[in-house]
Ligand binder design. Structure first.
Ligand code: SAH
Ligand code: SF4
Length: 361
């Protein structure tokens, strides 16, 4: 008879502070060992237990046997002429996800993925067009930041902001996203401020409330239309959670966050579809009683897409229409499109798609 397979080693990137303390306690170690581990693994980027010299030799050997810091293999690492950098990570089962670093003066933003593909299937999104395979584990989400931090350190750059705007709908993977968020804002983890970690959602209303209770980080809502008929077409989840429910959830979120953090509303501008003066007026009406900032994203094309990007003058005009009615509005500069790293262009490698309805359930 074949010997039973050894138990898989626990990936410590899966554990936030509370879970790491439990891991230590269950093995007879004091909780401060968990704090030391957090500092080594996330603060200093160390994956090798042997190098963690302030842990006893016996504890290090125990860790070697039971645990590991498992970072997915990097399949590709590309840098665009504007400095935007994209990594492609290999995941088990032949899948791959993408992570993008966007350097700007005074800050560096890491755009992380939370799922392999996405089940929401927005009409204008390359990730949605790929279908959905599975959720990322906490460790697979955290590994993107762990790896980027280490790589960037070597060139004297740092990640100052994290946005969940890569592949996937983070609020359909909340049980794995929440511990990742907690590690990102933990002083002994990555020490990022809550205002510098942003979860972007297409509007999964019940999960917005759970996010607020579990980690009240900054929120971005992908709106793209200010009326239900159009939003039903562009963002199909709107049929389940229409605008009235979405806006009520936004108001609850703002009311509960420290110092009433504003919400960023993302609005992909699709030529001739949602960029008319009537759309601007409807958007202003919709957002009148929420602390809001609008971020316009001129559509980024991808093969097979059925939309066009409006001309720059049209984008500027739409922005002016919002601003003249008192709505704080910025337009996102397209970064990294030479390496297909711009918003909505991330496709990775999605194996054996599941049926979308099943994935959304
Ligand atoms: N699923 C989440 C987060 C990932 S998408 C969400 O939808 O919010 C991140 C942002 O990129 C979203 O605002 C999304 O609408 C936008 N986006 C998707 N496809 C795009 C495209 N082709 N061009 C420009 N922005 C796009
Ligand atoms: Fe999913 Fe966001 Fe793309 Fe919509 S825009 S399909 S929610 S990743």
């Amino acid at each position: 008879m074949a010997a039973p397979a050894p138990a898989p080693r626990q990936n410590l990137l899966d554990l936030d502070r509370a879970a790491l303390e439990r891991f230590c306690l269950e093995r007879g170690h004091k909780p401060f060992r968990a704090r030391q581990l957090l500092q080594w693994i996330h603060g200093r980027g160390e994956a090798d237990f042997a190098a963690m010299t302030d842990l006893s030799k016996a504890f290090r050997q125990e860790l070697e046997a039971l645990a590991q810091v498992r970072v997915p293999k990097v399949l590709a690492d590309n840098i665009a002429p504007d400095g935007t950098r994209k990594w492609l990570f290999a995941l088990e089962g032949g899948n791959a996800v993408e992570t993008v670093f966007i350097p700007e003066t005074g800050r560096g933003t890491l755009c992380v993925s939370s799922q392999v593909g996405c089940a929401v299937d927005c009409a204008f999104c390359a990730t949605g067009a790929q279908g959905f395979n599975r959720n990322l584990t906490t460790g697979e989400i955290v590994a993107q930041l762990w790896w980027a931090t280490r790589c960037l350190q070597q060139q004297g750059t740092a990640v100052t902001n994290v946005v969940f705007m890569g592949m996937g709908e983070p609020l359909l993977n909340l049980p794995n996203v929440l511990p990742a968020l907690r590690l990102m804002v933990d002083d002994l983890g990555y020490g990022l401020s809550k205002r510098r970690v942003t979860v972007s959602t297409s509007g999964i209303v019940p999960a917005m409330d759970r996010l607020r209770d579990g980690a009240d980080v900054a929120l971005a809502v992908s709106l793209h239309a200010a009326e239900d008929a159009l939003r039903d077409e562009l963002v199909p989840i709107n049929r389940k959670y229409p605008l009235a429910a979405l806006m009520a959830a936004c108001r609850r979120y703002v009311a509960a966050t420290e110092r009433r953090m504003h919400i960023t509303f993302e609005y992909v501008l699709l030529g001739g579809v949602n960029d008319r003066p009537a759309d601007a007026r409807a958007l202003v009406r919709l957002l009148q009683d929420v602390p809001a900032k609008v971020n316009l994203i001129p559509f980024n094309p991808f093969p097979g897409a059925r939309f066009v990007r409006p001309a720059p003058a049209q984008v500027a005009d739409f922005q002016r229409q919002l601003q003249s009615r008192g709505l704080l509005t910025t337009t996102r500069r397209t970064r990294g499109d030479e390496i297909d790293a711009a918003c909505g262009q991330l496709a990775g490698q999605v194996m054996a798609r599941r049926r979308r309805a099943e994935a959304r359930a």
